[in-house]
Design a protein around this ligand. Sequence first.
Ligand code: E4P
Length: 217
Amino acid sequence: MQFFADTAEIDDIKELAATGLLDGVTTNPSLIAKSGRDFMEVTREIAGLVDGPVSAEVVALDHETMMKEADKLRAIADNVCIKVPLTIDGLKTCKALTGDGTMVNVTLCFSANQALLAAKAGASFISPFVGRHDDNGFDGMALIEDIRLIYDNYNFATEILVASVRHVTHVLEAALIGADVMTAPPKVIKALFNHVLTDKGIEGFLKDWKSTGQSIL
Ligand code: E4P
């Protein structure tokens, strides 16, 4: 399973990239606004920090303007993946861009039928928002299960990118279902490393090691 960081904060991306476990980054207009940075500039910086896909989202609602925005964004770096909303114009744009060899992440997916449409449009990634789905009384993980089944039924190459991840259990459930990618805020990715018994174990081993009076170096 690939891990993407859902953030536009450079320090967090650097810290996660240094672990060697970061496969990509996703941003959206809200995350760009939160960073306070210039969109083009911060996207260029992020694309230089990770080898994998860096999603940058168009903000136009019509196909023609989406294509113009995508042209500017994909010129930033080869690993920029254009993010388009799951609308008719978004999927028209997806079809045109992927036909051209550009990576596309179709975002704001809330139903399995929408995911089916995105796969038919040749999307590189489909982003179902599990957290927002849960928040609204739906079952985010049931949506991931349905999409996995449909994509496997037809051998679609579109990768399932589990988005709007809120906690480590979302990551575990997504991995059990066989999602291809998950994108999560840095604090959730960092929380994956933690276990109280790991901390307790280290404490016990170090106490006993100290009693030997030895050193490795
Ligand atoms: C992913 O691409 C989305 O930008 C993101 O996961 C949305 O998460 P949120 O629902 O926490 O805003």
